[in-house]
Design a protein around this ligand. Structure first.
Ligand code: SF4
Length: 67
């Protein structure tokens, strides 16, 4: 299994572009790109869950947590 399956999924329809997730990530995985978060450093992500917890619109999830 590749690590890619554990990367966060960002629902850009729900995302307001507030940037909280970008500032919260302890590993610099996310950055705002065209006012929306993008995974700019995906190899650093070990999914701490910080971005998911801080997002006010529940725009971030893990693929295997979607039911
Ligand atoms: S915290 Fe949520 S709403 Fe804010 S930029 Fe990140 S994904 Fe979008």
């Amino acid at each position: 299994m590749s690590g890619k399956e554990f990367l966060p999924i960002i629902n850009l329809d729900r995302c307001t572009g507030c940037g909280l997730c970008v500032r919260a990530c302890p590993l610099g995985v996310l950055a705002l790109h065209n006012k929306k978060p993008a995974l700019v450093n995906p190899e650093a992500c070990h999914y701490s869950g910080t971005c998911q917890e801080i997002c006010p619109t529940q725009a971030i999830s893990l693929p295997f947590e979607i039911i």
